[in-house]
Write a protein that binds this ligand. Structure first.
Ligand SMILES: Cc1cc2nc3c(=O)[nH]c(=O)nc-3n(C[C@H](O)[C@H](O)[C@H](O)COP(=O)(O)OP(=O)(O)OC[C@H]3O[C@@H](n4cnc5c(N)ncnc54)[C@H](O)[C@@H]3O)c2cc1C
Ligand SMILES: *[C@@H]1O[C@H](CO)[C@@H](O)[C@H](O)[C@H]1NC(C)=O
Length: 532
């Protein structure tokens, strides 16, 4: 029987893991190496070893109604896209509401997690932690790893020949905090991911010129979608998902390309991704206009560096370069786990349901939050934690090892279809499909058919509205009445922060249109009679 559970990390995933342990009657102990909760979302001026680091101006790329956890809607007055400190505030509210704080040990780093070889059949773990130089060992029945996936920069200097000769400043964008100290400088950013693009649009207001280099291209969308509503309210819906997954890939590709190009023509701007069916878009409203005004210049891949210049694959070069920022992304690892427990294999996949390492005698170790999809990270972490705690309790059964392997290879085929050439393949997945798959095993997947019969108004909102986490609280073990309420009132929370100046409602009965419709109907009716 699993009773006490070690939770590694007190970012949002760790907080969620503690909460679901409590909900399932388990006893969590959470270890956090820094001195506060929030993980990557807690901005500090200093970069800490082993914790994700963000820049001061970071604003979430998903809207608050999609980021909210299943039983804890965001405060009404929160803006739709949360600046980082607001999401941290949400983490604090969540932690206070569910009384999670007392289970967390701060300034405590997990050094190693090993199988308890004295009692191999128990599936227990020996966990060694370190608090300010003092080591401690304890035994746990299960472990939830919630250490985050953006802690270590991925820097492969071999791909930038000559960079060691470069006399200017070289930094990873993890070290970038704000646009101070860049006045009048020429900056080259390598990599066009979320951070690279954000940093480029911020820096170009200070630097004399910002160049941004990419080999693969990228889709860029805006926070404000159709009609000025948050983009994901219309994009992350069951209906859209259903359409995209039921048409042939070439159609899906066409639909996506059109959607992405609604804002601006990516080909025209020289950043259209090549040859990939589906690539996660990044969200930034300023980028195209900065390119248009010439303050950000798009460049192809790097060929080599010299003392003060960069040469590109197309034969062009930039002289008098002052700063190079590597926005080359992150790699993840589990330094406290032995290879016999988890062997990271990014191309094939090594976690069943992206949670449980293959080849464990007993499934008592879960990895939360090692995943990538177009949708907020916290919601998948929530369902993963819920699923894992129920697995620990024996309420969910794993299939045989062979079946799990087979499922992974099926997954791989699907990924190849959708994500073609990307190298960090195994973390990628379709968002709603993945959530539903996990939810079905927990028994909380909404049954749309039944819903249409019993509660059609709600069903419409579930099908066509944003696919938020409340939907997983409508049935099954975690069912709660607030979920329906949260879905029905989502527009109130979306509108509330915009009601800082109330404008009288303009829509009133328009008699002339009604009259026109009436005339049309009469004509149609008469025509039918005549034809008869
Ligand atoms: C620049 C940037 C922007 C992002 N923007 C968004 C966004 O807009 N929307 C979105 O959904 N997601 C975004 N993310 C993804 C983000 O990672 C997730 O939103 C979320 O923070 C994941 O939470 P987590 O708890 O899994 O990991 P983290 O927030 O990274 O927390 C992990 C915690 O574990 C601790 N830890 C690690 N190792 C140990 C150890 N050995 N012992 C003890 N403690 C340990 C760390 O100190 C940290 O506190 C962004 C990420 C980055 C880097
Ligand atoms: C939001 O940012 C995170 C972290 O950089 C990323 O994994 C995710 O894909 C982004 N989502 C979108 C829609 O851009």
């Amino acid at each position: 029987m699993v009773k006490n559970v070690a939770v590694i990390g007190a970012g949002i995933s760790g907080l969620i893991a503690i909460k679901y342990c409590l909900e399932e009657g388990l006893e969590p102990t959470c270890f956090e190496r820094s001195d506060d909760i929030g993980g990557v979302w807690r901005f500090t001026d200093e970069v800490e070893v082993g914790r994700g680091s963000i820049y001061k101006s970071l604003v979430a790329n998903a809207s608050k109604e999609l980021m909210a956890l299943s039983d804890f809607p965001m405060p009404e007055d929160f803006p739709n896209f949360l600046p980082n400190e607001k999401f941290l505030e949400y983490c604090r509210l969540y932690s206070e509401h569910f009384k999670l704080g007392k289970y967390i040990k701060f300034k405590t780093k997990v050094c190693s997690v090993k199988k308890n070889t004295d009692f191999p059949l128990t599936g227990q773990w020996v966990v060694v932690t370190e608090t300010i130089g003092e080591k401690e060992t304890a035994i746990f029945d299960a472990v939830m790893v919630c250490g985050g996936q953006y802690n270590e920069p991925s820097i492969d200097l071999d791909t930038f020949p000559g960079i060691e000769k470069f006399k200017g400043q070289v930094m990873h964008c993890r070290e970038y905090k704000r646009a101070v100290g860049f006045d009048g400088k020429q900056v080259l950013i390598i990599g066009m991911g979320n951070s690279g693009v954000d940093v480029s649009t911020e820096l170009c207001t200070k630097a004399s010129k910002v160049y941004i280099s990419t080999t693969s291209g990228v889709w860029v969308i805006r926070r404000l979608g159709e009609g000025g509503y948050p983009w994901d309210l219309k994009f992350v819906t069951r209906f859209k998902n259903f359409i995209l997954s039921s048409v042939p890939p070439s159609w899906a590709r066409w639909i996506i390309k059109n959607y992405m190009n609604q804002y601006f023509n990516h080909h025209f701007y020289g950043i259209q991704p090549k040859g990939i069916v589906w690539k996660e878009p990044l969200v930034n409203e300023e980028f195209p206009s900065r390119i248009l005004s010439g303050s950000v210049v798009v460049k192809p891949g790097i060929k080599r560096f010299t003392e003060n210049s960069a040469h590109f694959e197309d034969g062009t070069k930039i002289d008098n370069l002052d700063v190079v920022i590597l926005a080359t992304g992150y790699k993840y690892s589990f330094p406290f786990l032995d290879e016999s427990v988890v062997k990271v294999d990014d191309s094939k996949g090594f976690l069943y349901k992206k949670i449980i390492p293959l080849d464990l005698e007993k499934p008592t170790l879960a990895i939360i939050g090692i995943i990538q999809h177009v949708g907020p990270a916290m919601v998948s972490a929530e369902l993963q934690s819920w699923w894992a705690t129920r697995l620990f309790k024996g309420l969910i059964k794993l299939p045989s090892a062979a079946e799990m392997k087979e499922e992974l290879s099926r997954d791989e085929k699907l990924r190849l279809r959708w994500f073609a050439t990307a190298k960090n393949n195994c973390r990628r997945t379709e968002y709603i499909q993945y959530l539903d798959e996990i939810a079905a095993q927990i028994g909380i997947k909404p049954n749309l058919f039944k819903l249409f019969i019993t509660d059609p108004v709600l069903a419409m909102k579930v099908l066509f509205g944003p696919c938020n986490a409340y939907q997983y609280r409508l049935t099954g073990p975690g069912k709660f009445p607030g979920a329906r309420e949260a879905i029905m009132t989502q527009w109130k929370r979306i509108e509330k922060p915009l009601k800082t100046r109330v404008v009288e409602d303009q829509t009133s009965f328009n008699f002339s249109t009604i009259f026109l419709w009436f005339i049309c109907l009469v004509i149609l009716f008469v025509a039918m009679l005549v034809i008869h």
